[in-house]
Write a protein that binds this ligand. Structure first.
Ligand SMILES: NC(=O)c1ccc[n+]([C@@H]2O[C@H](COP(=O)([O-])OP(=O)(O)OC[C@H]3O[C@@H](n4cnc5c(N)ncnc54)[C@H](O)[C@@H]3O)[C@@H](O)[C@H]2O)c1
Length: 278
């Protein structure tokens, strides 16, 4: 089978060449200057056709400190919210990175799209299905690009998996297992925004489960789900005796999301998707 696959699939395919016009810079703003915003700014700094012009955070002074720490000067940060920043027409923003906690994904995304600005929105897309529908409506009406932080889609391994699926070598796919688990305990090294309901809204299910689901669904072309039986629980996060990586006893009281989730999904085309995440 390996020989047959090699004949059809080029494992050493060259990367597509991207033509960059450094004279036409994209004007970028960053909404939410916490942990993941560091990765966004690292990437933007390496792009010759990008200029970071603004940033904001709900916590006063956090955006200014963030740009200072990252060595980026001349960025406007005197905004109390994403609204103030997006209302500032002098910025002439082309796009924003939305790096806020999950409960603050939909609102800034809709606001930015309504302002005619492209959006790079962190995963998970939204916390509720209603929010998801509203964001998609705003995207369609704006004609702008909305991209979600599903970087594994661009990983060469994932692209190869998609290619293998597309090549038909696997035959008819009728059963998929996906999911996984993190073994570093309650995710609190940078604060509690991942475990509190008011900021995260969802726990392991959305935080890392969304990658597992997106990776397989993207590989097989996103067939429509027909039925879903789901389950989630919080035994581990609610256990006051648990002290793990960065976690303390008092986090058990704050813990308002799931730490385990499972689902049995029937997809169009007779496919069963068996999912669990912890
Ligand atoms: N793609 C990835 O690999 C990856 C990795 C880690 C986190 N994330 C995602 O990134 C998001 C943020 O995670 P984090 O670890 O950076 O969280 P964080 O809590 O460290 O930072 C979020 C920041 O957003 C700010 N904020 C919230 N609402 C705001 C608003 N309306 N306007 C301005 N600022 C606002 C908060 O004050 C906070 O400083 C989460 O949704 C998470 O799932 C993605």
């Amino acid at each position: 089978m390996a020989e047959k696959m090699d004949a059809k699939l080029d494992y050493n395919q060259k990367k597509e060449e991207v033509v960059v016009d450094a004279n036409r810079k994209l004007r970028i703003g960053i909404i939410g200057c916490g942990w993941i915003a560091d990765s966004h700014i690292d990437s933007y700094k390496r792009m010759p056709d990008v200029e970071i012009v603004a940033g904001c955070d709900l916590i006063p002074g956090k955006a200014a400190a963030f740009f200072k720490k990252n060595g980026v000067e001349g960025v406007k940060t005197d905004y109390a919210s994403h609204k103030e920043m997006l209302d500032d027409e002098s910025l002439q923003l082309d796009a924003v990175s939305i790096c806020t906690y999950n409960r603050q994904h939909a609102e800034p995304a809709i606001y930015a799209l309504n302002k005619g600005v492209h959006v790079m929105l962190e995963k998970p897309f939204t916390v509720t299905i209603e929010e998801a529908a509203e964001v998609m409506k705003a995207e369609k009406a704006s004609g702008k690009v909305l991209s979600i932080g599903f970087q594994p889609r661009l990983d060469p391994n994932m692209q190869m998996i998609k290619k293998i699926v597309d090549s038909g070598e696997l035959g008819q796919i009728y059963y998929i297992q996906t999911g996984g688990g993190r073994r570093r305990g309650i995710p609190t090294p940078f604060g509690t925004s991942f475990i509190e309901d008011k900021t995260a809204g969802l726990g392991a299910l959305a935080d890392i489960g969304c990658y597992s689901l997106d990776m397989v669904l993207n590989a097989i072309g996103y067939p429509k789900p027909l039925t879903v039986t789901g389950y989630k629980s919080d035994f581990f996060g609610k256990d006051p005796n648990y002290v793990g990586y960065g976690a303390h006893h008092e986090y058990a009281d704050l813990f308002g999301v799931d730490d385990f989730a499972a689902a049995f999904v029937r997809l169009e085309g007779g496919i069963i998707l068996d999912f669990r995440i912890a």
